[in-house]
Design a protein around this ligand. Structure first.
Ligand code: 1GP
Length: 234
């Protein structure tokens, strides 16, 4: 499956509509909506605009409690299990839970793991946690294993938006072998080849964000890989 990450801070109306229309044509599975910061306070408007132009489900991928909107369809209820910051493990969840309970959002408990892939991303910095080093496949595998045992329904391996390179296939393979729940992988994916390597290693859902802001039509190439990982064009 494939998800396009929409950061409400990063797109003007015109580029957002272009990404949404291309995503609709490419028949992707989800929009993930969120970011580490929320500078423009345009979360509700962004979701409304997406829904004007497509029927693809909108899943919140919140960087903070300020990024919850009842206009979305679901929320990744993320616990940052690669880190040891109690606010991102449980603190923010306690604050958000009663509000989320009043909405009709589908809540998807997700073990979220940040991986250091070359550069310090905004997500690493804002979370004030130490990401898992990109070559420590064993740490990633046992962290995901613990996440599954704690009851998370998904594992999200994230190099962070704008990572200089994607998560190495060997780490995705190690995590794939350690859990049965679906694995989301994102961060730094910029080409069909990287997408294919990510799927081949065992990712169930691939997330693409930054690269779409530069090349809105890339989504079509990646969606083809998602539907038929054996084929790469271009
Ligand atoms: C980040 O996984 C997402 O949380 C997507 O990353 O923006 O680098 O594609 P990119």
């Amino acid at each position: 499956m494939m998800a396009a990450l929409i950061d409400p801070d990063k797109n003007d109306r015109r580029s957002l509509v272009r990404i949404v229309q291309n995503s609709q044509m490419a028949d992707i599975d989800f929009f993930f909506i969120g970011g580490s910061l929320l500078i423009k306070d345009e979360l509700d408007q962004t979701i409304a605009l997406i829904k004007e132009h497509s029927e693809i489900p909108c899943v919140l991928f919140p960087g903070s409690v300020m990024q919850i909107s009842s206009k979305a369809d679901a929320i990744l209820f993320l616990s940052l299990i690669s880190g040891r910051n109690p606010e991102f493990l449980i603190g923010n969840h306690v604050i958000a839970a009663p509000y989320i309970r009043q909405t009709s959002l589908e809540v998807i408990p997700t073990g979220y793991m940040l991986i250091h892939c070359g550069n310090t991303t905004t997500a690493h910095y804002i979370s004030a946690t130490l990401p898992i080093p990109s070559d420590k496949d064993d740490i990633a595998a046992v962290t995901a294993m613990a996440g599954e045992m704690l009851g998370f329904k998904l594992i999200y391996l994230d190099a962070g938006s704008g990572a200089s390179h994607p998560i190495r296939p060997s780490m995705i393979e190690a995590v794939r072998q350690s859990v049965e729940i679906p694995i989301i992988v994102g961060g730094g994916i910029r080409s069909a080849l990287q997408a294919k390597q990510t799927y081949d290693a065992g990712a169930d859902i691939l997330v693409i964000g930054n690269a779409l802001e530069k090349n809105a039509s890339l989504i079509q190439q990646l969606a083809e890989v998602a539907k038929n990982p054996g084929v790469i064009k271009g």
